[in-house]
Design a protein around this ligand. Structure first.
Ligand code: PA5
Length: 352
């Protein structure tokens, strides 16, 4: 029997319970949204020029996902920054959302400090730490005690509530409700009790084990979803992975499929589809598959988002990727939770 279908071995492989946290994504999203939307978030008096989000890693991705989901209805530009520095256009009229789950991330603290000094209206989304003390304005607190990447639903729910409350996009309420329901059904289908032959996350993890996943978003909306898959393979699966996005990748990455077979053959491609791609987009993906990708890499897998709304489609893919990355860790005999390399680098930067 594969380890993935052996409950006692699974429990031993995951002492901190990462899988349980991932499976709680649907309820976390509903809870985070309900709490954040119920609490009034004071809006600055002056007209808003733009919203700038700052954050790193598992905290930054929440803003990316919010931006992609709201892209067609945003009433002001949204810029995501993963850096310690902010651009000179940030100042009065800017809204800056500083997101750091721990509240202790060096780059986010530096950028938030610079944003405050610039006169921008700064909010924080955090479980605490120095960021909560630094920001004089609204601090949206999320529950502590998780790995930052496992708190995505909380960070996303709080981010969406800012846009919805301030009328910067439509009401997200119906979409969040649908996403929570769709994700709940997907979590039931991919739970550890569902055997590998009927469990899409376990099957995909088995196909990717021993390969370098190359995660390709079927379109721009799914770019942050592909990035999330890549980073979850890194942090949960402790493996290398890459990501790119159609149609852009057909203008560069596709040439790389011509690398020597011992290099390209280490990759396994995962193409993410939202389910609402138009005929030209699907044709481009098909042409790319048959004219180069399939002959180069070890396997090509396509997965589709579920649900009617964009948020459900995006987040069902996020959940499937998160689960796949945890099952991959189990197959590799690795605890999905610790991220020793990240901790070591952060410590190295704190040392005198
Ligand atoms: O997933 C992780 O642990 C990292 O990518 C962190 O999110 C990143 O180091 C930033 O930390 P924080 O999210 O606490 O600001």
């Amino acid at each position: 029997m594969t380890i993935l279908d052996d409950p006692s071995r699974l429990r031993a492989a995951d002492p901190s319970g990462m899988l349980g946290t991932v499976l709680a994504f649907p309820s976390q999203l509903a809870e985070a949204w309900a709490q954040a939307i119920a609490r009034p978030i004071p809006r600055p008096a002056e007209p808003l020029a733009h919203v700038v989000t700052i954050g790193m890693g598992g905290s930054a991705i929440a803003a990316d996902l919010a931006g992609a989901y709201l892209a067609q209805e945003l009433r002001v530009p949204l810029i995501t920054i993963r850096d310690a520095r902010i651009p000179p256009y940030v100042g009065p009229g800017s809204v800056v959302i500083a997101t750091s789950y721990s509240g202790e991330t060096e780059e986010t603290l530096a950028a938030a400090g610079a944003a405050i000094a610039s006169g921008a209206h700064v909010l924080a989304i955090t479980s605490g730490g120095r960021l909560a003390d630094l920001v004089p304005g609204t601090v949206l607190r999320v529950p502590g005690g998780l790995q930052p990447r496992a708190a995505l639903a909380y960070l996303l729910g709080a981010t969406l509530a800012v846009f919805a409350q301030w009328g910067l996009a439509g009401s997200c309420a119906a979409d969040v409700d649908e996403a929570a329901a769709v994700l709940g059904a997907l979590a039931a289908e991919t739970a550890p009790s569902i055997p590998a032959p009927r469990n899409p996350a376990k099957r995909l993890a088995e196909s990717l084990c021993g390969r370098i996943p190359a995660v390709y978003a079927g379109g721009a909306t799914l770019a942050p979803v592909a990035r999330r898959w890549k980073t979850q393979f890194n942090e949960n699966g402790k493996t290398l992975a890459t990501w790119d996005v159609f149609p852009e990748l057909t203008h560069n990455e596709a040439v790389g499929w011509g690398a020597s077979p011992d290099l390209a053959g280490r990759l396994a491609a995962v193409i993410l589809l939202a389910g609402d791609e138009d005929a030209r987009a699907l044709r481009r993906i098909r042409v790319a598959r048959t004219s180069g990708l399939e002959g180069a890499v070890a396997g090509v897998h396509e997965v589709s988002g579920r649900g009617a709304g964009r948020l459900a489609r995006m987040l069902s893919l996020v959940l499937l990727g998160d689960l796949t990355s945890v099952y991959l860790a189990y197959l590799r005999g690795i605890d999905p939770t610790p991220v020793v390399a990240i901790d070591r680098i952060k410590q190295g930067m704190r040392d005198p």
